[in-house]
Design a protein around this ligand. Structure first.
Ligand code: G3P
Ligand code: MG
Length: 249
């Protein structure tokens, strides 16, 4: 079965990276959620995608220039719809506590540390995941592969996954050099040959971001580990329909 990961939560139907988006993802039957993590000014870990708060809150400026207390005063929902006006930017701990309570739910923690350097973020996230006893349900990912390599050395028990935007030559060799088991490629930059080669080598491939119905149908019937989607409820429905018409997998 191909897993369905909710990309920034159910971000097509709720404000991204909010507890409402994660709750809706779980209610829709997601197997996992994907979150983006970065530091505040006072070195707290918060869940927000962009380096600035401009797009997804009513504030302005860089996340790293706000303290946690200041970030918590921003509205992280009304940009999406008035219905979500009380949403706040979650801390990573709020998400870990949420995931801990949902039996079997997987969590992909993406470190947003490419543009802005976050000193010591690897040790911090590893400690938190261990404190919550979630090592076997977490996958760390990043576009910063140096950071992932560091995590793989510090916490070999937790899966790391390399995120890529472009086509890759022999990604299995590259993954080995980073120390990552997983690969999160952009959907249009892969082909069947590379999927088959990764499968042969037992590398989990989670493809992002699959939002169209025909793409969901194609990838949910392929030999990959998971899709990441902004519409996890829709993807789960399609997966159920595929199972029904094929007589159950
Ligand atoms: O992990 C897939 C995806 O989340 C990476 O891109 O920009 O949505 O964080 P982005
Ligand atoms: Mg992400």
């Amino acid at each position: 079965m191909v897993y369905v990961f909710a990309h920034r939560g159910s971000s097509g139907t709720c404000p991204e990276n909010t507890l409402s988006a994660y709750k809706e993802a779980v209610e829709g039957g997601s197997d996992g959620i994907e979150i983006d993590v970065q530091y505040t000014k006072d070195n707290e870990l918060v869940v927000i995608h962009d380096n600035t708060v401009n797009r997804t809150t009513n504030g302005k400026g860089l996340v790293k220039d706000y303290t946690l207390k200041e970030l918590k005063m921003l509205d992280a929902g009304c940009w999406f719809s008035e219905q979500f006006a009380l949403e706040r930017i979650p801390t990573i701990e709020e998400v870990l506590a949420f995931v801990k309570e949902k039996e079997g739910l997987l969590l992909n923690i993406e470190l947003k540390n490419v543009v802005i350097h976050h000193e010591g973020i690897e040790e911090r996230v590893i400690k938190l995941v261990r404190d919550y006893s979630l090592s076997n349900r977490v996958i760390f990912s990043s576009f910063n592969h140096i950071s992932l390599h560091r995590i793989s050395k510090l916490a070999p028990e937790i899966e790391c996954a390399v995120i890529t935007l472009d086509k890759q030559f022999k990604p299995w060799d590259y993954l080995a050099s980073v120390g990552a088991a997983g690969w999160h490629p952009q959907w249009s930059k892969i082909d069947q040959h590379i999927i088959n080669e990764m499968k042969k080598r037992n590398h989990p491939v989670r493809v992002y971001t699959i939002n169209k119905v025909d793409q969901m149908e194609a990838f949910l019937t392929n030999d990959i580990e998971a899709i990441m989607t902004d519409y996890p409820g829709k993807a789960v429905q399609i997966r159920n329909e595929i199972r029904r018409t094929r007589g159950g997998e």
